[in-house]
Write a protein that binds this ligand. Structure first.
Ligand SMILES: NC(=O)c1ccc[n+]([C@@H]2O[C@H](COP(=O)([O-])OP(=O)(O)OC[C@H]3O[C@@H](n4cnc5c(N)ncnc54)[C@H](O)[C@@H]3O)[C@@H](O)[C@H]2O)c1
Length: 346
């Protein structure tokens, strides 16, 4: 099997913390080059992961003829320029979330990729979590009936850090909603197969003093008629696990800890007979728990191999960048809703 030859732009953040360790576990990926802005750091990463070359300029990495595919994991304000340069250099692209600072920039990136015939995917790695993938199967099989509502809660602890790019709107595009909420929005739309059509949101900087929101609550009406809630926070401790909940006319699914950088967590599926008539006693002893078995792996390895196969074998792109534009539309509608105090139609 021909290995997919990767170059990594912005190799020192999440790439070093998670994605490159995930790449090292892959039998299908080969790391050719890393790029970081500081030369010493770039060289340190090159040695750490056994890459052939280290660069301090993304254009130099893009000119490397051995690099077939690039993973861009730089701060969000760099995504547009670097993705467009990668497309012009005819490299297929795995671009970290959120796609760009705004919809217009994201659409420009997609347009250039189309012009250049380049494939582009987004880093919505939560889709590769075995439990999240299983939830999608269960929902789409109709096992919990008609979907009524769902909720995703994803948080971390992110106090004031002077100069941190995520805390500066011009560099991040927004706060907890852009950074954490985007995963929730994408997962809900992906799992349910239904897009948001109406959005309302409350967000604010409640605990810290940076300019972007440290908490965001969002309500969406989905095309299938279900209601979805998203809560994304920078002001809840890391130790508090995420929650993903789906409620239908024939049962429910609750997953704890499945929005995470490590595969793990739990799932509880409850099936109930929706053919019964009205019961004034509201008896709850008909509840049947369904056993769900999954095999955990490394989400980053799965994410890289998935896009690697799209590049090498022409396999369908599992996380098309168009889905990131859709998530960005929901985010921008949410920010508008906060400003206007109204529901926003998409
Ligand atoms: N999928 C995930 O699990 C996940 C997790 C965290 C972050 N992210 C995404 O990854 C991206 C980076 O976030 P992070 O947490 O790694 O940030 P970070 O600040 O920890 O790391 C960013 C890295 O990019 C480097 N950098 C700065 N300017 C650059 C430039 N012009 N060109 C190339 N590199 C540059 C920095 O030196 C740093 O090493 C963001 O889009 C973020 O949303 C994804």
């Amino acid at each position: 099997m021909k290995k997919v030859r990767w170059g990594v732009i912005g190799a020192g953040g999440i790439a070093d913390r998670r994605t490159l360790p995930g790449m090292m576990l892959s039998e299908e990926a080969e790391l050719i080059a890393v790029m970081e802005i500081n030369e010493e750091f770039a060289e340190k990463l090159r040695v750490k992961y056994g890459a052939k070359r280290a660069y301090t300029d993304h254009k130099a990495l893009l000119a490397d003829p051995e690099v077939d595919v690039v993973y861009i994991a730089s701060p969000v304000n760099c995504h547009k320029e670097q993705a467009i340069d990668a497309a012009r250099a005819k490299k297929d692209i795995l671009l970290e979330k959120p796609i760009c600072l705004d919809i217009a920039d994201g659409e420009e990136v997609l347009k250039v990729c189309e012009e250049e015939g380049v494939k582009i995917a987004t880093g919505f790695l939560m889709r590769f979590h075995a439990i999240n993938a299983k939830i999608r199967e269960i929902i789409q099989s109709g096992q919990i009936g008609q979907l009524v509502s769902c909720r995703a809660q994803f948080s971390c602890w992110y106090p004031d850090i002077p100069g941190a790019w995520r805390q500066i709107r011009a560099l991040s595009g927004g706060g907890a909603l852009m950074d954490m909420g985007v995963h929730c929005i994408d997962l809900i739309q992906y799992i349910t197969g239904s897009k948001a059509k109406k959005v309302a949101s409350f967000s604010k900087t409640h605990t810290f003093s940076y300019e972007v929101e440290d908490q965001a609550s969002l309500m969406m009406e989905l095309e299938n008629g279900a209601v979805a809630y998203v809560e994304s926070n920078f002001n809840i401790p890391d130790a508090v696990p995420s929650k993903l909940e789906f409620y239908g006319t024939a049962g429910s699914i609750v997953a704890v800890g499945t929005l995470s950088q490590e595969e793990g967590g739990t799932i509880e599926v409850i099936a109930a007979d929706s053919s019964l008539g009205y019961d004034a006693q509201q008896t709850r002893n008909e509840v049947k728990k369904i056993d769900v078995e999954v095999e955990f792996g490394n989400m980053y390895t799965k994410e890289l191999d998935s896009f690697g196969r799209s590049h090498r074998d022409g396999a369908p792109i599992e996380v098309p960048a168009a889905d990131a534009i859709q998530a960005q539309k929901v985010i921008q509608a949410a920010y508008k809703s906060m400003e206007d105090g109204k529901f926003i139609e998409l």
